[in-house]
Design a protein around this ligand. Structure first.
Ligand SMILES: Cc1ncc(COP(=O)(O)O)c(C=O)c1O
Length: 482
């Protein structure tokens, strides 16, 4: 099979304008490096032969040879198949800017691969979106710059997307916030009073659990298995506990990757309606769909008092820090006022860049999707060798495998892995009320070769887990960012 490749003509189109102050081979190498780093030359695609590129760019062949050599040396090209040069990302690029790196004491091993953050690098088109945002900025400079509920154009786009998904929505119902987690926090603050019972899934995204705790809510855990939600158990738990609020992640649930079907959404919504519960439904992972099946209706189509939380972090990039709430009309004023005491709005540039990105697509970039599918495949192929007896259900979306280990050893495994340059999140970090020590979350958010390296380190750590099982050794696992 021929290798997928990028043509010389396409490279010519994408390269930045020549800078006469920089040696030509350096300009070419820098330009290609950027194109590989932001995904416009997809990983694993072959670059044109040197002769062809030199003809297309009207450069000497030596110049192209030198540029390719610079990129090969720095790890941005690899020559694995015959003489073809394949786009590659050096391992250290995958670590750059990982969320945890900002936490105190978290940078102890600069060579570690970080699987504690289930998020990918920026997709192709991000730089163009920011460039367009900068170009649009002058039009806003004569105003105050505050858009406390979000720029009208962004709210219109987001509202229209709900309409496409079968949930008619007006822009007035949208409040733009600084990411999905900020949305969960805002909704939790608005809806939960100290002592209220709050239904949460277990496992769940730990930072949302923390948001509920901080609002004074008492957690009522609802188990989510690798196979999904137990609806009968959910119905009886809701009827018995009558929670004020339920925080749910029905769209590629983090960490299990489960998707709640339409039928089960409707049953769960009916149970919550009977109990008088207001659902906060976190759709942050919604667009990380890796199969071609249709998607169930938004939860608010089943229960209109639902507050939906959306985010551009997983469909596009976490660095945007843009998310939003879709609130029922009766809650709008309360949430908007609460927002005023919070942070007065999201940054303009990021909102403008998000408008550019969402105008092109709400869904995952096709190249990112292909990359995630390949990475998920690589992980599923290598995991049985790394951890014999491990079990998981391949999710149809999301960024992680939720893996059941053959023994309750996730914390010992994470400790051993940290010694082998692999940072892991044991299942207990996702538990609402303890337990889940038999599970580990393994994100496949990096390109396949990095996932393969991570699985090799995981195998080594699994073999040595008993050396790290000493309960006397107290070391906190790295906090989960995403
Ligand atoms: C379910 C869920 N909610 C919220 C977040 C945080 O998203 P954001 O970056 O939009 O704040 C994450 C990140 O992984 C998540 O998985």
């Amino acid at each position: 099979m021929p290798l997928p490749g990028i043509t010389a003509a396409r490279i010519e189109e994408l390269l930045p304008v020549r800078d006469p102050g920089v040696p030509t081979y350096r300009w070419l190498a820098d330009g290609l490096r950027l194109l590989i780093a932001d995904g416009r030359i997809p990983l694993g695609h072959s670059l044109p032969a040197e002769r062809r590129l030199s003809e297309a760019l009207h450069l000497s062949r030596t110049t192209v040879t030198r540029a390719y050599a610079v990129l090969t040396e720095s790890g941005f090209l690899s020559a694995r198949q015959g003489s073809a040069h394949l786009a590659n990302l050096p391992l250290d690029q995958h670590r750059r800017g990982v969320g945890g790196a900002l936490l105190p004491g978290a940078d102890s091993d600069p060579d570690a691969l970080d699987l504690t953050c289930a998020a990918s690098r920026a997709p192709a088109g991000t730089i163009e979106a920011y460039t367009a945002a900068l170009a649009a900025l002058p039009g806003y400079l004569t105003g105050t710059g505050y858009a406390t509920a979000g720029l009208p154009e962004l709210r219109e786009l987001i509202a229209a997307r709900y309409g496409q998904r079968g949930l008619p929505t007006s822009a007035d119902q949208i409040v733009v916030v600084n990411g999905g987690l900020a949305g969960v926090n805002l909704a939790a603050r608005a809806l939960i009073r100290a002592g209220d019972r709050v239904l949460v899934e277990s496992p769940s995204y730990p930072n949302s659990l923390q948001a509920v705790r901080r609002s004074g809510g008492r957690l009522v855990p609802l188990p989510v298995e690798a196979s999904g939600w137990d609806l009968e158990l959910a119905e009886s738990t809701i009827a018995a506990s009558k929670p004020t609020v339920a925080v749910l992640i029905p769209d590629f649930h983090n960490p299990t990757g489960n998707l709640l079907s339409d039928e089960h959404r409707s049953r769960l919504a009916a149970a919550l309606r009977r109990a008088g519960t207001v659902p906060i439904v976190d759709e942050t992972m919604l667009e990380v769909r890796l199969d071609d099946a249709g998607h169930p209706l938004p939860f608010a189509a089943h229960l209109s008092r639902t507050v939906l939380v959306g985010s551009a972090s997983k469909s596009h990039w976490g660095g945007l820090r843009i998310g939003w709430l879709r609130v029922p009309p009766g809650l709008r004023t309360r949430l908007a006022q609460l927002r005023l005491t919070e942070d007065l709005g999201a940054p303009l540039i990021e909102q403008l860049a998000t408008i550019e990105l969402l105008r092109q697509r709400f869904t995952l970039h096709p190249e990112r999707r292909a990359e995630l599918i390949a990475a998920r495949q690589t992980m599923a192929e290598l995991l049985p060798t790394a951890v014999p007896g491990a079990r998981w259900v391949l999710p149809s979306g999301g960024l992680s495998l939720w893996v059941e280990l053959p023994e309750s050893a996730a914390t010992a495994l994470a400790r051993a892995a940290a010694r082998d340059g692999l940072l892991l999140s044991p299942g207990s970090q996702f538990a609402a009320a303890g337990g889940l020590e038999r599970f580990v979350r393994l994100p496949y958010k990096d390109p396949a070769p990095v996932v393969a390296e991570a699985m090799s380190r995981l195998g080594e750590a699994w073999r040595r887990r008993h050396e790290h099982a000493d309960p006397g050794v107290r070391s906190q696992p790295r906090p989960v960012v995403a």
